[in-house]
Write a protein that binds this ligand. Structure first.
Ligand code: KG4
Ligand code: ZN
Length: 349
């Protein structure tokens, strides 16, 4: 325990300023400041607002993480930071901070991939990762199915969204129903009182032709348009809108496709472990349906607690510690951010 590396991780790829501290696979601190309220009136994350918020929140978030963990900066063995994918300006605040900390402490710097970090975080919850595993990462910024043979070196994309991310679809439909931003949690709550079978909304990329080309890809923009059209037609006819039914039927369409494709990926890859991550992992219906389908398919499902599923610094620290343990090379101090960092690039050298 004492010789496991103490790693500080910084996450700023979107609207959460996260600073986490881990010792090996043990979580010591997970400080997060979110600028989500500042974006609410725009109905989506505004990059410039996010960058400024990161800058303002960073010093206090670092202080909080250090005091929660009961350590001082000079105790830290390595600094890890999200280098991409994400919003360029937001990422730059994180990497500039990490560079300064690495320079000040003389410790190595690890620039890491945000998606691999979403996978690595489960080490803090359930211990060493089962590998190979398939990972389903669903948030406001990404929807990906990955094959993970080694989270420190070998992560392969099986599929991704061709348009909106799953969480983005929740947020857009939330706006359509007059719910506050982000819409995901509100739709989840509203759906509890609705009938998921009330409306048969389309399941994107599940037809026979689509499955040939896009077996593990997602598309949610057609679904969003179908919901918009449904609402518009009812409004024009002067009929009442049943919010709970729309929310439940929309949610069912999203989680049906997500869970079906994730389990199909496990089957096709011959992999017995599935990891779920990203903000949408908090969705109550997704958790239930995915668990049912995993049990039926003989797949073991691992889902970290909600606070570790959403963007945070602990996930970055967890991946940094894994890279250090595996003897992977550190990044150059002048490390560049890459808003479109490919998922197979786990660490940035
Ligand atoms: O991972 P995250 O905190 O940030 C990024 O987008 O990277 O994910 C936020 C997303 C939002 O789109 C939000 O609406 C969605 O996760 N979300 C949910 C739920 N809780 C959060 N979507 C559906 N059901 C939920 N319970
Ligand atoms: Zn994320």
């Amino acid at each position: 325990m004492g010789n496991q590396p103490l790693v500080l991780g910084i996450e700023t790829s979107c609207d959460e300023t996260g600073v986490g501290i881990v010792r090996g696979t043990t979580l010591l601190a997970d400080a997060v400041a979110s600028s989500v309220d500042e974006h609410a009136r725009f109905g989506g994350v505004v990059p410039e607002v996010a960058s400024r918020a990161h800058l303002e929140a960073m010093p206090a978030t670092i202080e909080l993480a250090l005091s929660d963990a009961g350590v001082v900066l000079s105790d830290v063995d390595a600094i890890a930071v999200t280098a991409g994918p994400g919003l360029v300006g937001a990422l730059l605040v994180g990497t500039a901070t990490a560079q300064a900390l690495a320079l000040a402490t003389g410790r190595p710097l690890y620039g890491v991939n945000h998606l691999a970090a979403h996978v690595a975080v489960d080490r803090l919850e359930h211990g060493p990762l089962p590998q190979p595993a398939v990972a389903l990462l669903v948030s406001g910024g990404h929807s990906s199915l990955l094959r993970v043979d080694d989270v420190t070196a070998e992560v392969t994309a099986l599929g991704t969204t061709l348009d909106d991310a799953a969480g983005e679809a929740f947020d857009k439909v939330g706006r359509l129903l007059g719910l506050p931003f982000p819409g995901g949690p509100h739709i989840d709550r509203l759906a509890a009182d609705g009938d998921p079978q009330a409306i048969d909304f389309p399941r994107g990329l599940t037809g026979p032709r689509d499955l040939e080309q896009h077996r593990f890809d997602f598309s949610f923009s057609g679904l969003k348009t179908a919901v918009a059209r449904w609402v518009e037609l009812r409004e024009r006819a002067g009929e009442p809108i049943n919010g709970p039914n729309i929310a439940a039927a929309f949610q069912e369409a999203v989680v049906d496709v997500l869970s079906r494709k994730a389990v199909d990926a496990c089957r096709q890859q011959g992999v017995g472990h599935l990891l779920l991550g990203g903000g949408v992992a908090a969705n109550s219906r997704l958790r239930v349906l995915l668990e049912q389908r995993c049990v039926a398919a003989g797949v073991a499902l691992r889902v970290p607690r909600p606070a570790l599923c959403t963007d945070n610094g602990a996930m970055v620290a967890a991946l940094g510690a894994a890279l250090l343990e595996a003897g992977r090379p550190a990044s150059a101090l002048g490390l560049a951010v890459d808003s479109g960092l490919p998922v197979d690039q786990v660490g940035v050298v």
